[in-house]
Design a protein. Sequence first.
Length: 398
Amino acid sequence: MKRRNLVIGSTLVGAIALLAVGQATLEGVVRSQTVEAPLFQVDPYWPKPIPNGWLYGTVIGVATNAQDNVFIVHRQNISANTEDGAQQNPPLAECCSAAPPVLQFDPQGNLVRAWGGPVATGEYVWPESNHGLAVDDEGNVWIGGNGGDSHVLKFTEDGRYLATYGEPLQGTDSNSLTHFSQVADISFDIAAREAFFADGYGNIRLAVVDMDTGEIKRYWGAYGNRPDDAYVFPDQRTAGTGWSADQFNPIQFRGPVHCAEPSVDGLLYVCDRQNNRVQVFQKDGTYVREAYYNPDTLGDGATWDISMSNDPEQRFMYVVDGKNARIHIVNRETMEAVSSVGQGGRYPGMFQAAHSIAVDSQGNMYITETYEGRRLHKFVYMGIGPAPRHQGAAWPEN
C-alpha cells in the first residue's frame, strides 16, 4: 500500500509539473500571437434607428466629412414580396419602405438628412446601381455606379445636383478619354485638384480626373501597364488544386478595380479585388509594390476597400475582406497584415459581406455591408496596444 501511494504521489507531482509546463507554454504561445496594433470595440447602438419605417438596401458606400458626419449610399433593392410590404404598391402593411439612397448621420448616429434617386426632369442620370461614395473638401458628395453606368455624379451635401463627369450610357473601354465604365469608388488629392476613380467593374483601370472639369488626365492598369480589355485571365477553377492568386501575378487588373486610396506620403493604394491583392503606385502611375491577402480566396475576392489610420504617418491601413468577413489591419510600411477585426455572422461586429470603409478624425471605423448584410457598423478606436492576431467581433467587455 505504501509503495502504491508513493507511485500515485509521484504521478500526481509529475502531472502537476506537466500541467505547469503546459500552462507556461500556452501563455507563451498567446503572448507570441499578440502584436502591437490598433484596438477596436463595436458600438451596437450606432447609428440610431432611422424614421418613417425606412429600411436599408445593400449599403454600398461610406464616407466621412470634416465634421465627422458619416454618409452612406445604398440601393433601394428591398424585395417587393417580403411580408414587411417594402415597396409594395399598395403596401401590405405599415412597415416598411426603402430609405432614400443617400443618408447623412451626425457623430452621435442621428440621421441628419436623406436624399437622392432618379428625377423626372432628366437633369441627370441616376446610377442604375449605386456604388461608391466620397465627400470632397468642399463637402460635395460624389457617387459612382456599377450597373450600366459610365459616369459619376456630383452633388452638394444636401443633394443639389452639380455635375456629371463622363458620358452616361456608354460601354466598356478601358482606354476611353470621354467616359468610364462602372466606377466602384472615388478619392481625392485635394492639393492637386485630382480625383481618383476606381474604374472599375466594366473597365479595368485607375483613372485620374480633374476635380473641377471632369477631364480624364491619365490612367493605367495593373503594374502601370496600358489596360487591355481583351486580356484572358487564368481560370480560378481549372488553374489547379489549391489555386492561389499570388502564383499568377496577372499583368492586368482582374477587377473589379474596387478602391483607390491615397496616402499622406504621395502613394496610391488600389484594390484588385478578385486577384486578392493591393497594388501601390506613385500618383503618376509608376508601380511601387504589391501585397496579397488571403490569396487562395475564390469568388468575390479578398480586397474590397481600404482606409488609412488617422495618425499623421498613417502607420496602418485597414483592408476590407468581404469574402472572408474581416478587416485586415495592415502595417503600411511592410504591407503585412498584423491583426484583424470582425467575423462572419449576423450580430454587431459580425459581417455578411463587409464592403466599404471610412475612418473619422477620432480613428473610429465605419463599415458597410452589401448582399444580405444591409447594415452600417461603427468600430470605436480604443488606441494602440497588445492585440490578438484576430480581434473577432470586438464586443465591449461590459
